[in-house]
Design a protein around this ligand. Sequence first.
Ligand SMILES: C[S@@+](CC[C@H](N)C(=O)[O-])C[C@H]1O[C@@H](n2cnc3c(N)ncnc32)[C@H](O)[C@@H]1O
Ligand SMILES: [Zn+2]
Length: 243
Amino acid sequence: MNHSFTCPQCTTKVKVDTTTLSCLKCKTKFPVTNGIYQFVPDKNTETWDHYWKRVPVYDDVLDLLRKIMNLQLRRYLNKRLTSGSATLEPGGGSAYVSALLAEKGMNSYALDYTSQPLRLAQQFGSKAVLVQGDMFKMPFPDAQFDLTFNNSTLEHLPNPLDALKEMARVTKPGKYVFVGVPFTYGPLSIYKLKKSSFKGAWDGTTYDRQGLKKLFQEAGLEIVGSRTFFFRCFIGVLGKKLG
Ligand SMILES: C[S@@+](CC[C@H](N)C(=O)[O-])C[C@H]1O[C@@H](n2cnc3c(N)ncnc32)[C@H](O)[C@@H]1O
Ligand SMILES: [Zn+2]
């Protein structure tokens, strides 16, 4: 597969071979480690590593719930795609939805800051292209993807608007951006009452429908639709990049 990567340092095209990526301008080299395109090193990512440590039984239950949710999401997102569409899931962790979309013939990319979930994705046989990078400065040219999406990610970020603008940048004009976040008027809000939620569970900001739509408008995206999903735990907005 021919990948179009750009240097996160200087935004110039990056030459790709099986073991190294090298920027054609500033000559920075980025490793390809066990099939993961590594634009950021692992040392900055301790914050999230605890989240991806597996806890047996407890994780099995969470995995089952995630599976149900991810299948719901694939069904919804798939309606906007045709076979071979290019999709990107930034901050997607092990990016289960990307794996499901790849199974349906999409050209799926998953990006995360930390390698642990990307290795997990490899373990469960994900066919998505796995990229270790910063979602605020993604190693992709403008207008690459037919769909850029994530769920349960933006609520953890200090500056979600910047992340959404970066997601819009890499999306093709006339194509789609989807974000799901915990819904203020749903069951996940209960965790707001606790000082900190149990390990690995959701622990971030909630959004109501208007709040999430406003974020899309501020990012310059046209609203296509919005919906709650997974038993009203999450609210999602689908936006379109203006042509
Ligand atoms: C709560 S997890 C969500 C994962 C996935 N969406 C899910 O539902 O399983 C948030 C993810 O965002 C990633 N993340 C946080 N900041 C990031 C950044 N600046 N760039 C890329 N990924 C980031 C973390 O590494 C973590 O895997
Ligand atoms: Zn460069």
